[in-house]
Structures are given as structure tokens and as C-alpha cells.
Design a protein around this ligand. Structure first.
Ligand code: HEC
Ligand code: HEC
Ligand code: HEC
Ligand code: HEC
Ligand code: HEC
Ligand code: HEC
Length: 496
């Protein structure tokens, strides 16, 4: 047999390298074909095809080179090794059998490993993998996600998206995350916002493109106060979620102003981006306006060192899926459904109180919630406790469920550590800028007018007559706090 390649190629290291390289190359081709045929986004498949396998391919190539160099060195040193391959004679039945078994075995092995690795990607693609692999660490995010509007959207579709560069980036930070979990070095809670989140245009806008933002969206909100009768308060809001489709109606509204025509850059002085002293807006005509806070002390020389952020979806929708609800919202909601009986005296206030106590572990929290609520009625309303045993039992169960879905004491996750920027009631949200205290040089103020972002259609308080108007009514705060709801941000009283 005559060697087609230089003799230095025929040494065990180089041959092993060639085999590894060839198999990896074959698998890469197979995966690329599979991805092309199966369609859809399979981010983790890409990681294997473009990150893991090429590493093997490279290792193979390096081995080839190392083997050849080693052979050359040995030749120079005068060491001569006469390598002989075994002779294969297909006329010999024993050789024939061995060849058939070997070839079939290799083919089967290749097929199985291809199939096996395919199954492996499918698994790493799943939300289960992302949500439960580091179970206790990601439990809050995974639980909240399962009860959110995006429960059927894969983790990878928001956190990685498609394209090879983001696999690499997320895998690099992922490798550090695995290390920090193994060595218990991760922070509790996981810090938010995520510094290197992929730009929303490449994730959110794959499903929600701005042309689809038009019309208004009605919110019907029912509240119960903390008094003995759990007095009811009702507000109907029409959110102006208008956007960028001129053919579909008015082009004003929350989304149009924020995203399509204008470029809004801002500087935040804290890591959670809650304190915003400086905003620069460039409108469709290229005119620049700078709004400065009259409240937050800020030296503009610092602008050189602060990374300005361009406003995108995440600056309002930072909790599209990991939503940790405030206790008042959750209890109001269950009371309006009748699952928590609004005829139980003080049920709103005692439920919120039971949820908000500082607990260390979930187990004790759930037990304490039962004890707090039960004891409250037993002590203050003994006869009612017998009469309404079923309702109190149901209330306790529902409040425990609220706790399980929204509080994760082991990871220090709750609504206070993860403020939601949509709205303004429990965290500053829109009022980080629209607080009526951000002013431009020519005296323009970022408006806090109650009927700009939404129209307050109607309002009803306990037994008073409903006030209603299609063009918006003046807001009246349910309890008398004078003018403070206009001058102080709602979250100063309703937040933490
Ligand atoms: C609809 C898009 C979306 C989906 C689906 C999604 N996330 Fe997130 N995730 C986000 C956004 C947005 C943030 C917060 C970004 C910020 O504030 O910087 C976030 C933040 C996180 C954080 C950091 C802590 C926090 O809450 O800010 C973790 C951890 C996380 N996600 C894990 C997951 C896991 C695990 C899944 C799947 C079970 C998942 N995510 C699914 C959009 C999503
Ligand atoms: C893979 C597609 C997909 C991606 C990616 C995605 N969403 Fe969604 N989004 C959905 C679906 C489906 C719904 C649910 C619609 C429904 O229930 O009517 C939804 C609903 C929403 C809603 C309405 C929630 C509500 O309370 O009704 C908001 C807001 C939203 N998404 C924002 C985002 C943001 C911000 C991102 C990026 C971080 C994002 N989405 C990424 C598919 C997606
Ligand atoms: C200025 C803040 C802001 C920005 C920036 C923003 N949104 Fe919204 N968006 C809102 C508000 C407020 C609502 C209404 C919320 C509600 O009804 O609870 C909303 C509603 C939505 C809805 C639900 C619409 C419906 O018909 O129910 C989707 C989907 C959505 N936004 C996606 C996005 C995406 C994608 C981006 C980025 C391109 C984005 N938003 C940027 C504030 C914003
Ligand atoms: C980073 C600062 C910032 C945040 C946060 C912010 N906005 Fe704005 N918003 C602006 C700026 C700047 C303008 C342009 C004001 C102007 O043109 O006078 C604007 C304009 C608007 C307008 C148009 C007002 C008009 O006069 O027509 C609406 C509606 C709006 N924002 C809604 C929201 C909502 C809802 C939120 C919260 C979900 C929000 N904004 C959060 C900076 C912000
Ligand atoms: C910059 C825009 C903006 C301005 C100005 C604004 N709001 Fe809102 N408001 C919102 C958004 C966005 C939400 C919806 C939050 C959500 O989807 O949960 C909201 C929600 C509310 C709610 C329901 C709160 C809840 O979570 O149950 C009330 C009540 C309310 N607004 C009253 C007011 C009053 C009163 C004013 C005037 C002082 C005002 N708003 C000014 C944007 C605004
Ligand atoms: C000075 C403090 C203060 C400010 C500022 C304030 N509130 Fe309140 N608010 C209260 C108090 C006190 C109650 C009664 C709480 C209770 O009975 O549970 C209340 C009750 C409410 C309730 C009904 C009960 C519930 O479920 O929480 C709503 C809705 C409400 N406020 C909306 C707002 C909005 C919107 C703003 C901002 C525009 C605002 N408040 C600003 C003190 C304040």
C-alpha cells in the first residue's frame, strides 16, 4: 500500500486527531442540516453546533499538527520507527466478519451519538432545564414565570434569542454562573437589572413589533381599604397604548412617544435605575431637549463616567414575566373574585400584614400566615370564627398561595427588591421621569397629568355615586390625604 500523504502523517497521535476532527465535522454538518430542516429557533442547538463541537474539531486539528511535528523531531534525532499497519485480507472469512462488525458498529455508534446529542440539546432548550437545573437559585424566576403571560415563551427566547454571537456571550456568563452556584458565591437576590441583557429589539420585537401598538386597553381595578368593612374602591382606566401604525389610528400614546420617533437617553445614579436626574430626548426632527430633575442632586460633569442608557422596552417592561406582585394587588384581586371573603372584617389588612412580616424560610412563613390569620379572628371575633370557618380556611389557603408565588425568602426575592417599572403606584415606575419635577431649559415639564397616559373613565367609592366621563374625570383619592397624591409620588406611601 502506498501512502498518499507524507509519512509523518501516519503516527497514532495524528491519526487519532484526524478521527476526532472528522467525526466532529460530520456532527456539525448533521446539526446544521437538522436545524435547517426543523426550522424554528433552537438556541442551545447552536451552542453545541457552533461552540462545543468546533472545540473538538480544533482539538483534533491541533493533535494532527502535534503528531506531525513530533514525528519530524524524531526523524531529525535519527530515531526511525518502521510503522506497519495490519494487513486486511477480505478473502479471509475471519477478517471479513471482523470488518463487517467493526463498520456496522461504527455506523451505529455515530447514529446513536448523533441522536443522543440531539436529545441533549432538546433538553437544554427546555424551560425546565433553565428553571430547575440550579433549582433553589432560579426558583423565584421560574415560579413567577409559570404564572405569567409568557408562561409558554421559552426562557431562551428572551434571554438568548437566535444567532451564534449571543450563545457565546451567554455561555461565557453561564460558565461563571455555574461556578458561582457550585461554590455558593452567588448573590441573593440575583442582582437586577441584568447588565448584559440582549437588546429588546432582538428579543421582544420578534413577537411584539411596534406596528402592532394601537388603540387603548381598558383596566378595571377593584380595591379594598384596610378598614373593618373592607370598603370597596373602583377605578376604570383606559390605557393609551397607541403606537406606530399610522394606518391603524392615532399615532400618539405610550409606545409612539417612547420608541419609534424619538431617541431617549438617560442617566441613572443607582444600579436599579430608579433615580433618574438627567434625560435627553431627540425628537423625529432631530431637535434635542434635556430634562433635569429639580429634586435629585446631580453634577453634570459625571456624565462622562456614567454609561447613558437608551430607553427601550425593558425600561418600562422590566418584569414581563418574573412578576412579584405587591400584597395589596394580590389580595384585592382575590377579594374581587370572592376567593377571599370580603365580608370577613379586616380581612384585607390582616392578609396584607401576614404576607409582609419578615420571614426567613418559606415553611415558617406558611405556618405563621395560618396562625396570624386564625388567631386574629379567634381572639377578636370568636362567634364569627365558628360561623365562617369555611371562609376563613379558604382565606388562609389563598393567602398562603399568594405567598408561595410571590415571596422567596431564601433568595430574598419579593416585590420590594424587584420593583416593576410599569405604572407608578407601588414603585416609582413612570414617575421616575414623569413626576412633574423634570424640567427642560425652555420650561417644559414631563407631565404627571392623570389623563395623559390613561383616561380615568370612572371612579366609585363604597356607597357614593359612580363618577363617569368618557373624556376623563378628575381623580379623587379614596382616603383624604389633601393634595399630597398630586405633590408626592404614590409609591412614597404605597411602596416600601
Ligand atoms: C418574556 C421574556 C422573558 C422570559 C420568557 C424569561 N425571562 Fe428572565 N428576565 C426577563 C427580563 C426582561 C428580565 C429583567 C431584566 C432587567 O431588569 O434587566 C429577566 C430577568 C431574569 C433573571 C434575573 C433576576 C431578575 O428577576 O431580574 C433571571 C435569573 C431570569 N430572568 C431567569 C429566567 C428563567 C430561568 C426563565 C425561564 C423559566 C426566564 N428568565 C424567562 C425576560 C424574560
Ligand atoms: C416568543 C414570543 C414572545 C416574546 C419573545 C416576547 N413575548 Fe410578550 N407576549 C407573548 C405572548 C404569546 C403573550 C400573551 C398574549 C396574551 O396572553 O394575550 C405576550 C404578552 C405580553 C404582554 C402583555 C402582558 C399582559 O399582561 O397582558 C407584554 C407587556 C409583553 N408580552 C411584553 C414583552 C416583552 C417586554 C418582551 C421582551 C422581554 C416580550 N414580551 C417577549 C409572546 C412573546
Ligand atoms: C414608556 C414605557 C414603555 C415602553 C418603552 C414600552 N412599553 Fe409596552 N406598554 C407600556 C404600558 C404602560 C403598557 C400598558 C400596560 C398595561 O396595560 O398594563 C404597555 C403595553 C404593552 C403590551 C400589551 C399591549 C396589549 O394590547 O395588551 C405589549 C405587548 C408591549 N407593551 C410590548 C412592548 C414592547 C415590545 C416594547 C419595546 C419595543 C414596549 N412595549 C415598550 C409601556 C411601555
Ligand atoms: C427615562 C425617562 C422616562 C420614563 C421612565 C418614562 N418616560 Fe414617558 N416620556 C419621557 C420623555 C422625555 C417624554 C417626552 C416628553 C415631551 O415630549 O415633552 C415622554 C413622553 C411620554 C408620553 C407622551 C406625553 C405627551 O405629552 O403626549 C407618554 C404617554 C408617556 N411618556 C408615557 C410613559 C409611561 C406610561 C411611562 C411608564 C411606563 C413612561 N412614560 C416612563 C421620558 C420617560
Ligand atoms: C406617565 C404616565 C402616567 C401618568 C402621568 C399617570 N399614570 Fe396612572 N398609571 C400609569 C400606568 C402605565 C399604569 C398601569 C400600571 C399597570 O399596568 O399595572 C397606571 C395605573 C394607575 C392606577 C392603578 C394602579 C394599580 O396598580 O392598581 C391608578 C389608580 C392611577 N394610575 C392613577 C393615576 C393618577 C391619580 C395620576 C395623576 C396623579 C396618574 N395615574 C398619572 C401611567 C401614568
Ligand atoms: C400621603 C400618602 C399617600 C399618597 C401620596 C398616595 N396615597 Fe393612596 N392611599 C394612602 C392611604 C393611607 C390609603 C388607605 C390605605 C388602606 O386603607 O389600605 C390609600 C389608599 C389608596 C388606594 C386604595 C387601597 C389600596 O388597595 O391600596 C388606591 C387605589 C390609592 N391609594 C391610589 C393612590 C394613587 C394612584 C396615588 C398617586 C397618584 C396615591 N394613592 C398616593 C396614602 C397615600
Amino acid at each position: 500500500m502506498k501512502n498518499k500523504l507524507p509519512s509523518s502523517f501516519y503516527n497514532p497521535i495524528t491519526l487519532a486527531g484526524a478521527a476526532i476532527a472528522a467525526i466532529s465535522f460530520g456532527l456539525i454538518l448533521f446539526l446544521m442540516l437538522l436545524e435547517a430542516v426543523s426550522g424554528g429557533q433552537k438556541p442551545y442547538m447552536g451552542i453545541i453546533a457552533f461552540v462545543v463541537l468546533p472545540t473538538f474539531l480544533l482539538t483534533g486539528i491541533v493533535l494532527i499538527v502535534v503528531g506531525i511535528l513530533r514525528e519530524h523531531r524524531r526523524e531529525k534525532a535519527g530515531i526511525h520507527i518502521d510503522r506497519k499497519f495490519p494487513v486486511l485480507d477480505l478473502n479471509d472469512p475471519r477478517h471479513r466478519r471482523a470488518t463487517v462488525i467493526f463498520s456496522l458498529g461504527t455506523i451505529l455508534l455515530l447514529l446513536f451519538s448523533a441522536f443522543g446529542s440531539f436529545k441533549a440539546y432538546e433538553y437544554t432548550d427546555s424551560d425546565e432545564f433553565c428553571g430547575t437545573l440550579c433549582h433553589s437559585v432560579m426558583e423565584p424566576e421560574y415560579t413567577a414565570y409559570q404564572f405569567s403571560p409568557h408562561a409558554k415563551v421559552g426562557c431562551v427566547q428572551c434571554h438568548i434569542g437566535s444567532g451564534a454571537d449571543w450563545f457565546v456571550k451567554s455561555k461565557l456568563s453561564g460558565a461563571y454562573q455555574v461556578y458561582s452556584v457550585l461554590f455558593n458565591k452567588y448573590s441573593r437576590p440575583i442582582p437586577t437589572p441584568i447588565e448584559n441583557l440582549r437588546p429588546a429589539q432582538e428579543t421582544c420585537e420578534q413577537c411584539h413589533w411596534p406596528k402592532h401598538f394601537f388603540n387603548q386597553k381598558k383596566h378595571v381595578n377593584t380595591y379594598y381599604l384596610s378598614d373593618e368593612h373592607n370598603s370597596m374602591f373602583n377605578v376604570n382606566l383606559l390605557m393609551n397604548i397607541g403606537g406606530g401604525n399610522i394606518e391603524a389610528g392615532p399615532t400618539s400614546g405610550i409606545h409612539w412617544h417612547m420608541n419609534i420617533a424619538n431617541e431617549i437617553m438617560y442617566a441613572a445614579v443607582d444600579s436599579q435605575r430608579l433615580q433618574i436626574p438627567w434625560i435627553r430626548m431627540k425628537d423625529a426632527d432631530g431637535k434635542t431637549t434635556i430634562f433635569r430633575s429639580t429634586e435629585i442632586q446631580f453634577d453634570e460633569n459625571q456624565l462622562k463616567d456614567i454609561r447613558l442608557r437608551r430607553m427601550d422596552c425593558i425600561d418600562c417592561h422590566n418584569r414581563p414575566t418574573h412578576i412579584y406582585h405587591e400584597p395589596a394587588t394580590s389580595v384585592n384581586h382575590l377579594m374581587s373574585l370572592g376567593w377571599v371573603d370580603h365580608e370577613l372584617p379586616f380581612v384585607k389588612s390582616i392578609s396584607v400584614e401576614a404576607l409582609e412580616r419578615p420571614y426567613r424560610i418559606k415553611r415558617t412563613a406558611l405556618d405563621s400566615i395560618r396562625i396570624i390569620i386564625y388567631n386574629f379572628y379567634e381572639t377578636n371575633y370568636p362567634s364569627l370564627t365558628k360561623e365562617k370557618k369555611k371562609e376563613i380556611e379558604r382565606t388562609i389557603e389563598e393567602v398562603q398561595k399568594i405567598y408561595s408565588r410571590n415571596y422567596f425568602p431564601e433568595m430574598q426575592v419579593n416585590w420590594k427588591n424587584f420593583p416593576n417599572h410599569i405604572g407608578h403606584m407601588y414603585s416609582p415606575g413612570c414617575f421616575r421621569c414623569h413626576d412633574g419635577k423634570h424640567v427642560s431649559d425652555d420650561g417644559r415639564v414631563l407631565s404627571k397629568d392623570c389623563n395623559v397616559c390613561h383616561t380615568i373613565l370612572s371612579q366609585e367609592y363604597d356607597h357614593q355615586k359612580m363618577r363617569i366621563s368618557l373624556s376623563g374625570i378628575d381623580y379623587i383619592h379614596p382616603v383624604d390625604i389633601g393634595n399630597e397624591w398630586m405633590t408626592v409620588n404614590c409609591s412614597e406611601c404605597h411602596g416600601k
